[in-house]
Design a protein around this ligand. Structure first.
Ligand SMILES: Nc1c(NC[C@H](O)[C@H](O)[C@H](O)CO)[nH]c(=O)[nH]c1=O
Ligand SMILES: CC(=O)[C@@H](O)COP(=O)(O)O
Length: 140
């Protein structure tokens, strides 16, 4: 049994709770354990994962969060920079599933965060585990 780290950006706690439920269910269904850390927003997720990875305790990482467009360019910065940095870490060899929703409004977020609908949290967990299994198979 391996340990997965769920790193969540709790900018919208009630939406994150839905993502978290889906991710936890997927990790437990795969027979693994997990720990959870929280940061204020999605821009902090890549650094949080990079810092936690130095412990050597985690085989894979799930990034969870919700970015909802506001009135300024900040949406592009938060959504694009967090996604790019998470992808850079993934390509550097970290098994990361990106469950950060980037949406226009809360209803879009609910549809995708709900484990009974889009289950993006569960999907991100399964993605992280898939990358972990590939790394185990082909070597780090
Ligand atoms: N507007 C959203 C943010 N903004 C906060 C940033 O992620 C970051 O915490 C801040 O710029 C300090 O570095 N974060 C989200 O996760 N979702 C948003 O909708
Ligand atoms: C995605 C965001 O940063 C957003 O919540 C900020 O809203 P605004 O662009 O109106 O400041």
């Amino acid at each position: 049994m391996a340990t997965i780290l769920i790193a969540e950006a709790r900018f919208y706690p009630h939406l994150n709770d839905m993502l978290l439920a889906g991710a936890r269910k997927a990790i437990e269904a795969a027979g693994h354990s997990h720990e959870t850390i929280a940061v204020p927003g999605a821009l902090e997720l890549p650094a949080a994962i990079s810092l936690a990875a130095k412990s050597g305790r985690f085989c894979a990482f799930v990034a969870l969060g919700v970015v909802i467009r506001g009135q300024t360019y900040h949406f592009e910065i938060v959504s694009e920079e967090s996604a790019r940095a998470l992808m850079d870490l993934t390509l550097a060899g970290f098994a990361i599933g990106n469950g950060v929703l980037t949406v226009e409004n809360e209803s879009q977020a609910i549809e995708r965060a709900d484990p009974g609908q889009g289950d993006k949290g569960g999907h991100a967990a399964r993605a992280a585990l898939a990358l972990h299994e590939l790394r185990e198979k082909y070597g780090a």
